[in-house]
Design a protein around this ligand. Sequence first.
Ligand code: ZN
Length: 496
Amino acid sequence: MTRFPDWLQGFGGETVGKRITEPKNKAARSKLLDMPGDRIHRTGISLLTGLTLFLTLACPHQAAMGAAGRLEFSLYRNDGSEPGNTMLVVGGIQGDEPGGFNAASLLVTHYRFTRGAVWVVPNLNFESIVKRSRGIYGDMNRKFPAVSPSDPDFEQVEKIKRIIIDQEVDFVFNLHDGSGFYREHHVDRLRNPQRWGQSIIIDQESIAPIRFGELGDVARQIAARVNEQLLKTDHSYRVKNTRTREGNREMAKTLTYYAINNGKPAVGVEASKSLPTHLRAFYHLQVLEAYMRRLGIGYERSFELTPQSVKRSIEDNIQVSFYDNRVLLDMANARKKLGYVPLKKDAEIDYQASSPLVAILRQGSRYRVSYGNRRITELHPQFFEYDSSRHFIAVYVDGQRKAVGFGRMVVANEAFVVEPQEGYRVNVIGWRRAGVGNESGVEIQRKEIARRFSVDNAGTTFRIEVYKDDKFTGMVLIKFVDEAGASRDQAARPLS
Ligand SMILES: [Zn+2]
């Protein structure tokens, strides 16, 4: 497995990751593409960091809005080049279970599939995710045998049902974060048969004779594999059979039971709410990868499957670009409020994010940026007409001239100069000198920029904005790193 480069490595704009050809036979057979009004991403490229991902605009993510202005889920079809089995992974059916939806989202942004296919819905109950609620219209995972057309979840439930029964899908996974640790026998308050955490949930032992229909046998093999590499023995996985058909009325309303009643092998996968989010995602990925190997699905991932790199992959993956990359904001460590963000006058906000868990919602005169359950920042816009006559600026850093495209970031140690260009005015946000209106052609020192204008809490990243007359042309970010930081970035190698 190739270790992933620091995302700063991407600022030069190399395309990392290769396009994967879709298997024609599978694509042709799928009915999904005929579904009108659905949001389906056919991602050929998955092996990308967040930043590179939208720098190259290979696989951008924009939250889908429904007719009523409500967030809708997205389906990502990640097809390998070789045909094989297809698994469907659903995250976020309950909005307050971030281990599940972050794991599903990483499958979209940090994995590449070489054989078979993995379809991912990382944000099934997206509205509830953004609002940090189990279900703002009640528990979506109790609406599967039937849901009233007047239920606000109606459309989303009907859509995911059609995906589940698509003939392409061979196995369905519904990811959860459950309470405590499921144990067959009572140990204590958190470890007992009533708990759900660290388990694979089956509705019944088998739905043979269909392929992978031996749900219990397969799940026990998977649990055994996962239990070989636990961080602590306490985290061990068990298989929990809810015996739904024998009269479990609650479980009869769930997504997985709907799937098995439609002839699809399906399991619930539960990480434990007793663990921090990144460890839940870590275990979800362990379970899913064990199933991928069992189903013969070929995969590669762009990070090592360790708790620390899962944590970093989740936390670093919050970059947003606006209006065809004229503006880029790295929100991994953004300030709570970002002021005077140049947005387009008289237009809907148009953005692309590095993760399918990013949503930008209007709140009066501001925009709130969410990433999963987290509120990242609030944008206070200033509206401009946009000018598209230029696509980059030249910046001198450390004696070197660099062409930097709008929507990109350039790294400097102490100072930089933006090359003047006739007819364009440069504004470095937070820098001011009496008598200087156009800030190009002037050496700008890090210490001369007011720190409170940085995009990030660390005070390292600032905005360089370019205007033509009173129109906004584009933005570049300048990130100051110390000598150690710079050499660390140079040490990172792009994927090959
Ligand atoms: Zn759940």
